[in-house]
Write a protein that binds this ligand. Structure first.
Ligand code: HEM
Length: 532
């Protein structure tokens, strides 16, 4: 059996790099080309000839340069770097990259907006993706997070709905740049579970100044599992060393016009200048026996775990120190999957997470043209890969020998070795099949109120202005009214201020609102080590 032989990721990528400088032009078959400016004609003014293989190949290759853009998070910017843990976390996990402080694990990070197309502007009001691929010696671990710690929906079966509602309208593909349209607000008004995330979306968090000054969150509760098989619930946080900073709306709009690549350019130039973006990885760790200690469900991705209840422990640092060589080959072809976990990290039953486990690999089969995309240089693990998977479009390896099945007596192939691989946490599962939401997911307002109460005066003003601007673009008054009705459940002053700006009648106070208990807490999860 061949052991995993880790190599430097940059060395691995180097094997795939091609530099055409100083060489001569050939076809894809390596045939020298003596003229690439004129096609082969029958006579100087005659028709082009089918036998001109250079013309055919050159135009054919151009015709097929595009692949489907990501169905969400289409616009992105990537960078290479490394991660190192400060101290061993062996108490909690067997994940080697989290246990060995000497180990520098190569990473590739892709930042993105969610709803715009690949060519859309950077500074639109939107959620940002913060996806990290750790090329660990035990295989790839992908932490596919966002810059906001909660999500719009609780169950992945609603993802196509929320994305259809957020993306441009199907009949005219308007609007391209913001959440300011009827379908988005219609969805919000009908699905109050979106409220908490919508509060974040209307805050300045939705217009980051730079990817270098942006937090990241794993959003879901995951598990860490140690050598004894004990599990600890965990929430992942990235905190930028430069602090968390946002644009203001006026800036964001002007920049979208004058420099649509503002965030992308900033990341690229900072790395070229040696001002390497750095982020601390922080963990909120919750012992297994405290799963039911909170007035929200740890499996509910529309909830944070307030830092007053569970502090964030800084455990390591991510440094981005190298720009990609080629946007398409690296940033576009990278394939993150929330299901890529290494021994010592495992999932929970969060129903949003569970649907994501299916979605990423599924979409990448289309986006990256078949099942062999893990062989693409940017996706290739550093850990050795051996199995009996074979064939398919774009197979780049030449498996040798017989015995491409298990078990076999032909001497080939590779057996699974008991006791040495990934073991799924043996969570006890009990219950009848049901198609309904857990009662423990029912409160949609308390943490929205918590968020609002944690805002300073000017932050509240920005949120009110954002609601007025965005919701004010919704043409249907009934939708505006329904959204204001939900805001009334969050905070009366917020609802009154928004209503006054968009021609909706002032809502009657609902009295003690749903966030009463949570109001005692301030929301430090939002602050990191910087300010909004
Ligand atoms: C990208 C599905 C929820 C973060 C994507 C892609 C799909 C997808 C299909 C495109 C992937 C590709 O083409 O390579 C889903 C589904 C979700 C969900 C079905 C809910 C059920 C979330 C959540 C987060 C998130 C909650 C954040 C915690 C991301 C990021 C990317 C992405 C960062 C971009 C990855 C990259 O840079 O290539 N998602 N998503 N998604 N998703 Fe999700």
């Amino acid at each position: 059996m061949t052991e995993a032989r880790p190599v430097d990721k940059d060395q691995q990528l180097a094997a795939a790099r091609v530099d055409h400088t100083g060489t001569r032009l050939t076809t894809d078959q390596g045939i020298p080309v003596d003229n690439t400016d004129n096609s082969l004609h029958a006579g100087a003014r005659g028709p082009s000839l089918l036998e001109d293989f250079h013309l055919r190949e050159k135009v054919m290759r151009f015709d097929h340069e595009r692949i489907p853009e990501r169905v969400v998070h289409a616009r992105g910017s990537g960078a290479h770097g490394h991660f190192q843990v400060y101290e061993s976390l062996a108490r909690y996990t067997t994940a080697e990259f989290l246990c060995d402080p000497e180990l520098r694990t190569p990473v590739f990070v892709r930042f993105s907006t969610v709803q715009g197309s690949r060519g859309s502007a950077d500074t639109v009001r939107d959620v940002r993706g913060f996806a990290t691929k750790f090329y660990t010696r035990q295989g790839n671990f992908d932490l596919v997070g966002n810059n906001m710690p909660v999500f719009f929906i609780q169950d992945g079966i609603k993802f196509p709905d929320v994305i259809h509602a957020v993306k441009p309208e199907p009949h005219n593909e308007i609007p391209q740049g913001a959440s300011a349209h009827d379908s988005f607000w219609d969805f919000v008004s009908l699905q109050p579970e979106t409220l908490h995330h919508v509060m974040w979306l209307m805050s300045d968090r939705a217009i980051p100044r730079s990817f270098r000054t942006m937090q990241g969150f794993g959003v879901h509760t995951f598990r860490l599992v140690n050598a004894q098989g004990a599990n600890t619930f965990v929430k992942f946080h990235w905190t930028p060393v430069l602090g968390t900073h946002s644009l203001v709306w006026d800036e964001a709009q002007k920049i979208a016009g004058t420099d649509p690549d503002f965030n992308r350019r900033d990341l690229w130039e900072a790395i070229e200048a040696g001002a390497f973006p750095e982020y601390e990885l922080g963990l909120q760790l919750i012992p297994e026996d405290q799963e039911f200690e909170y007035d929200f469900d740890l499996l509910d991705p529309t909830k944070i775990v307030p830092e007053e209840l569970v502090p964030v422990t800084p455990v390591g640092k991510l440094v981005l120190d190298r720009n990609p060589n080629n946007f398409f080959a690296e940033t576009e072809q990278v394939a993150f999957c929330v299901g890529n976990v290494v021994p010592g990290i495992d999932f929970t039953d969060d129903p949003l997470l569970q649907a994501r486990l299916f979605s990423y690999l599924d979409t990448q089969l289309t986006r990256l043209g078949g099942p062999n995309f893990a062989q693409l240089p940017v996706n290739r693990p550093l850990a050795a890969v051996h199995n009996h998977q074979q064939d398919g479009f774009a197979q780049h390896q030449i498996p040798v020998g017989e015995g491409n099945y298990h078990p076999n007596t032909l001497g080939g192939g590779c057996p699974a070795v008991p006791g040495t691989g990934f073991t799924h946490f043996p969570e006890r599962v009990d219950g009848h099949k049901v198609r309904r939401r857990s009662e423990t997911f029912a409160d949609h307002y308390s943490q929205s109120t918590l968020f609002w109460n944690s805002m300073s005066g000017w932050e509240r003003e920005h949120i009110i202005e954002a609601f007025r601007f965005e919701l004010g673009k919704c043409n249907r008054m009934a939708v505006r009214e329904r959204v204001v009705g939900h805001l009334e459940q969050v905070d009366h002053q917020l609802a009154v201020a928004v209503a006054a700006g968009i021609g909706v009648d002032e809502p009657a106070p609902v009295g003690e609102n749903h966030g009463r208990r949570s109001r005692a807490l301030s929301l430090t999860a939002r602050t990191g080590n910087g300010v909004l």
